[in-house]
Design a protein around this ligand. Sequence first.
Ligand SMILES: [Zn+2]
Length: 149
Amino acid sequence: MHNHLETLAGILRHALITDQELALKPQGLYHTGICPSCHKNELFVKVEKPFQIKCNRRNKCGFTQKTRERYAHLIQDVRKNYPATKTNPYATAEAYLTITRGFPAKRMQGWFEQANFRNEEGEWIPTVRFWLDAEKKKFWGGKEMTMEP
Ligand SMILES: [Zn+2]
C-alpha cells in the first residue's frame, strides 16, 4: 500500500535532473542543458513547472517535448494503483489530485467526491467532481477531471 503521495512535478523534476542525455544544470528559475535534437547547449525547462523541455533555438531547431511523455514510464496510473475501497471510496480522486495535479487533497476533504463519467465510447471513467454549493447539488468537474495519467 502506498502511504506517501509524491507530486507529479516532483517526479518529473527528479527525472529531469537525473536524465544524462540532457545534462541539466540549475540556472535561476530554469534548468538548462543539451538539446536532444540539435545537441546544442540551448535546452531549458522551468524548475517550478517542469512540464515541458524546449530548445532556445526556436527557428533553427524548435525542439519541444512534454516531460510527462518523455517520462511516461515513471508516471503512475492512479486508477490502477489507488483504486477506490470500501473504507476510502475517494482513494483514486485523492491520489489523482495529489500526484497528478499537485493539490493538497488531504486538506480538501469535503470539497470533492469521486464519481464516474461515461465517455463517447460508452466507457465509465473515474473522475473528480468539486462541489460548488453547500447542498452538494452543483459541481464542477466530471468530464473535465477524468483521472488519466
Ligand atoms: Zn535544439
